[in-house]
Design a protein around this ligand. Structure first.
Ligand code: GLY
Length: 387
């Protein structure tokens, strides 16, 4: 489809970039880095790099714990991207010399009450049915792994391959890597695509992609808290913890520097107001699971807007009426884990490679005028390991 976009080597024109990327979040920066590393001249346009969803994101790399009913195709993409994370993290650290908080202790999924555990077990059975690594733990095994868990916690399971990274370290690292590879950052907003003059335009603007492209990308609000362990100590737990607590679903992400991220709400809203009720629910669930959190400092309460699509999967590929404009948006709850695969697939498209089969169900033209997925509720994915 895009073969021949760059039939010859990139031109020597110093003004017109080969690629203009709209959006300097992790997705846009990683695409820019990958394209520049392959010899293209790249400009990234964003008045406030890293100020979108990634600025509040927890950074869980969770293809297993976030393998939900009805999202089998998306799960395949998450797994494929998570597999690229170890090499991606190593490459980025080597390119920049800075750490990005990449940690591999794994994720514990726990249920506080009997009802919570029953709900969690239904999901674990589904995840195991997909062949994903989920290991149920006896209560004693759970406490051996995390003694700080509340004695009330009824049971849990380990997802050993679900890791984490710190998005607030990731974005500056990507920015450094991209700039070292020759990417130019343009700190101006892009109000319409006709503002840009480049061989290819990549729209990686999160929720902002809707106004630029007309694609059905909607904001999905998430309120999230940051706490800090007292006395400069590390948090009293090592795993990412995903808990069901009296019907509330929360996650707790410990950082080396003492920070704990506690999130998050999922709301069909477009404001970024922090509400007392959400803070109360998050804190109640967090403290019920890990009582020591009650002694931590509460240092931040913020809200961000995830870019959601009608089928919760990202949109990766050319606009139906503009083959020179590629969408890389709609990553919803999975922008950080999907960063490496998005960057690789979009860079391949820019360079005119044949579309990867992984892209087939993620095309921009899969949505009809109403935003419904054309051809059914769940797109098919060639190469889907479970089809
Ligand atoms: N992936 C975590 C969230 O969206 O809250």
């Amino acid at each position: 489809m895009l073969t021949g976009r760059f039939p010859s080597a990139p031109s020597s024109d110093r003004v017109r970039p080969d690629v203009a990327v709209v959006g300097a979040g992790p997705i846009g920066l990683a695409i820019a880095w990958r394209c520049a590393a392959r010899g293209l001249r790249v400009a990234v346009h964003d008045p406030a790099p890293g100020s979108g969803a990634s600025s509040v994101a927890a950074g869980m790399l969770s293809p297993v714990a976030e393998a939900y009913f009805g999202e089998r195709q998306l799960t395949a993409l998450l797994v494929a991207s998570a597999e690229r994370w170890p090499a991606f993290a190593a490459e980025l650290t080597e390119a920049t010399g800075v750490g990005i908080g990449y940690r591999t202790e794994g994720t514990l999924m726990v249920g506080l009450t009997g009802d919570d555990l029953a709900e969690a077990r239904r999901l674990w059975a589904y995840q195991q049915g997909l062949g994903l690594p989920v290991t149920p733990l006896r209560p004693s095994e759970l406490r051996d792994r995390e003694p700080a868990l509340a004695p009330r916690v009824r049971g849990g399971a380990l997802a050993p391959t679900d890791h984490q990274v710190d998005p607030r370290l990731l974005v500056p690292a990507l920015r450094t890597a991209a700039q070292r590879a020759g990417v130019v950052l343009v700190p101006q907003p892009v109000r319409q695509l006709s503002d840009l003059d480049a061989g290819v335009t990549v729209v990686a603007a999160g929720c902002g992609a809707a106004a630029l492209t007309g694609l059905p990308v909607r904001p999905v609000k998430g309120q999230i808290l940051r706490l800090r362990a007292p006395d400069g100590l590390a948090p009293g737990f090592r795993h990412v913890i995903r808990g069901y607590a009296d019907g509330e679903h929360v996650y707790l992400v410990p950082r080396d520097d003492g920070e704990v991220v506690l999130g998050a709400t999922v709301e069909e809203r477009s404001d970024t107001t922090v509400t007392a009720g959400a803070v109360q629910r998050l804190l109640r669930a967090g403290v019920d699971l890990l009582p020591e959190l009650a002694e931590y400092d509460l240092v931040e309460a913020v809200a961000g807007l995830r870019p959601g699509t009608p089928d919760n999967a990202p949109i990766l590929g050319p606009l139906p009426d503009r083959p020179d404009v590629l969408a890389a948006t709609g990553h919803h709850r999975h922008g950080i884990v999907l960063t490496p695969i998005t960057a690789d697939l979009i860079a391949d498209l820019v360079l005119g490679g044949g579309p990867d089969p992984l892209l087939t169900p993620l095309r921009a033209d899969r949505f009809g005028p109403t935003g419904a997925v054309v051809g059914g509720p769940e797109p098919t994915m060639e190469g889907d390991p479970w089809s």
